[in-house]
Design a protein around this ligand. Structure first.
Ligand SMILES: [Zn+2]
Length: 337
């Protein structure tokens, strides 16, 4: 039988009386200095958390609390392992170093990756809403009405509709728009809901090479099909997206709009994403009777132009890196059977 001295505190008060506790395997007895005895089954009391340097307190069923005088007092042995860890200097030092690393990994690697994967679980309406809002933002900031002549636009639209039909894509979802843009220069980009924007400068640069323009359009469709801009935005608003998917609350999803808008303005697609969009274009060019080399032609024209006109094309190339290896890949592309 254990015999422990300590103080018995009234519930919700710091008034206390001196007590002695007797404890056996199933029963606990508290005897106060003035002789009052309290008996109760051990199963009815609640044991406090054992913290190194502090006695383990015991809460009685009527909410009174007994605090032993001996700071090393432990009624149960379950906490010994944790206590040993708390006293182990190497473990304590390691945890000081590892905890920030773990938090960094959690917030900057795990949660963003989880959010990027979760994008596929978001309903189409989120992509729709996000895309439309982003388009409004980009239009306001960087796009002007197109100055292309109507015949030129019709010609490209025919090519566009034909490509959509071949890819069996919904022409309600996929829309092509022409804009003049000093910010984007000769460029094309896609919004998550299927809006593809082609700048006047890009159309002019590829005016004699419609097949090359088709290849660029397929590349942009590839970005939409793989939800690239949504993924980038989701990574930047990771916790919001993760919570939205876990709890089904889509209110905070509005933050995605800002994320998508700035991702497109800065064109932050990773090399893996560009490769995926390239593969989409190359695969479909070959599948529908064109040539993967058409994409190489587009890239080559771009890189030739870059040598003579730094400003326009360098922007496209800076966002579509490693152009030489991509040209090589397009030229040697063979569709996997
Ligand atoms: Zn791209």
């Amino acid at each position: 039988m254990q015999k422990i001295t300590g103080k018995l505190y009234s519930a919700g008060s710091n008034a206390s009386t001196n007590c002695t506790m007797h404890c056996c395997s199933e029963q606990l007895t508290l005897v106060s200095d003035d002789g009052v005895e309290l008996l109760m089954p051990l199963a009815d009391v609640r044991l406090g958390i054992a913290i190194s340097g502090q006695a383990q307190d015991i809460t009685l069923p009527d909410a009174r609390r007994f605090l032993p005088d001996d700071v090393n007092f432990r009624l149960n042995s379950g906490s010994e392992f944790i206590e040993r860890c708390e006293k182990h200097k190497v473990l304590v030092l390691s945890s000081i170093v590892l905890c920030p690393l773990l938090l960094y990994w959690l917030f900057f690697v795990a949660v963003p990756n989880m959010a990027a994967s979760a994008v596929t679980l978001l309903p189409q309406s989120v992509a729709e809403q996000t895309g439309e809002q982003s388009m409004l933002m980009i239009e306001k900031l960087a796009l002007e009405p197109s100055e292309l002549n109507p015949e030129q636009q019709v010609e490209i639209n025919v090519l566009w509709q034909h490509s959509l039909a071949q890819l069996q894509l919904d022409n309600e979802k996929y829309r092509l728009g022409f804009y003049r843009s000093d910010y984007f220069g000769a460029n094309a980009f896609a919004l998550p809901h299927g809006q593809i924007v082609v700048t006047d400068a890009l159309v002019k640069k590829l005016a004699d090479h419609p097949k090359a323009l088709r290849a660029v359009l397929l590349h942009e469709i590839g970005h939409v099909e793989h939800q690239h801009s949504m993924r980038i935005a989701a990574q930047s608003v990771a916790s919001t997206v993760a919570l939205a998917v876990v709890f089904g609350d889509l209110q905070g999803i509005a933050e995605l709009t800002l994320g998508v808008g700035s991702a497109i303005m800065q064109q932050q697609f990773s090399q893996d994403m560009e490769r995926q969009a390239d593969d989409f274009a190359l695969y479909n060019l070959e599948k529908h009777g064109y040539k993967a080399a058409d994409f190489a032609t587009a890239l080559r024209l771009i890189s030739q132009e870059r040598k003579s006109e730094q400003d326009d094309w360098s922007k496209y190339l800076s966002t579509h890196p490693q152009v030489e290896s991509r040209i090589e890949r397009a030229l040697h592309y063979q569709q996997a059977q």
